[in-house]
Design a protein around this ligand. Structure first.
Ligand SMILES: [Zn+2]
Length: 258
């Protein structure tokens, strides 16, 4: 098991661009149908159950993705969606997307939905790639931090025990490392933020979530920042910042990467 993690930890895995593009196509197709329905059939009122039907109907290529509606209240009123990637020996890879209807109704728009879901799916497809890396055998004996945490809770563990077990999972640290890098890349001064993430904590929800559980100097925080700085280097390359600036950045984050 340890060897497995080590191999994964050696190289960051990229999100699956085709899968993300596939979801984007579903979203755009469903949005057009849904908007027409809302205006013409539902007096301009949102209905997330209906949106789900349009999403399913627009999954033309039968991607392994299922949409669900949650009508219960969420602790966080700004949370629009959750996603869970899964793997089974007979069904293969699969992702469930849950839309939190109460937080979306009367606020829905495609732009926000895209931002939330495409980012979430990028995270889940990193898990897909981790599954591929482990292979069938590795997966058979694999227990995720999510599972371990759930077992802890069944034995009387707290919510915090669950969260700690979940966030310390090396798979999650990698995937959240990319989420953090994307958030940093969207900021005005990404390089500066990366060199001083602690100082920008209040603007970085993923980092905050980790720091809520782990000490500033904990190995999990170090690993998270290492991944984030590597993914950020990739993102900066995509943005085509000039070589000198990129090299200067790489030099300045050596301390974080090592
Ligand atoms: Zn995850």
């Amino acid at each position: 098991m340890k060897g497995e993690f080590k191999r994964i930890a050696e190289a960051r895995l990229a999100p699956d661009k085709d899968f993300i593009q596939g979801l984007d196509d579903i979203l755009k197709g469903a949005d057009a149908d849904y908007e027409e329905w809302v205006q013409e059939e539902n007096n301009g009122r949102d209905d997330i159950e209906e949106l789900i039907d349009f999403l399913d109907a627009n999954n033309m290529n039968e991607m392994p993705i299922a949409f669900h509606c949650n009508n219960e209240e969420r602790a966080d009123p700004n949370e629009w969606a959750s996603a869970v990637a899964d793997w089974t020996s007979d069904g293969g890879k699969h992702v469930d997307v849950i839309l939190h209807a109460r937080n979306i109704e009367s606020y829905y728009n495609l732009e926000d939905m895209r931002e939330v879901l495409l980012k979430m799916i990028a995270h889940e497809t990193i898990h897909f790639n981790q599954y591929d890396h482990m292979g069938k055998e590795g997966m058979a004996s694999y227990k995720s931090g999510h599972q371990k945490g759930t077992e802890l809770k069944a034995k009387g563990g707290t919510e915090r025990d669950w969260m700690r077990s979940y966030l310390r999972d090396k798979h999650e640290i990698m995937a959240y490392g990319r989420d953090l890098a994307v958030d940093i890349a969207d900021m005005k001064n990404p390089q500066e933020v990366m060199r001083n993430v602690e100082g920008f904590k209040n603007e970085l929800p993923v980092y905050q979530r980790y720091r809520h559980i782990f000490d500033k100097n904990a190995p999990q925080i170090k690993a998270l920042l290492k991944y984030a700085s590597q993914y950020l280097t990739d993102l900066l390359k995509e943005k085509e910042i000039d070589d000198a600036e990129l090299n200067e950045f790489k030099e300045s984050i050596k301390r974080i990467i090592k």
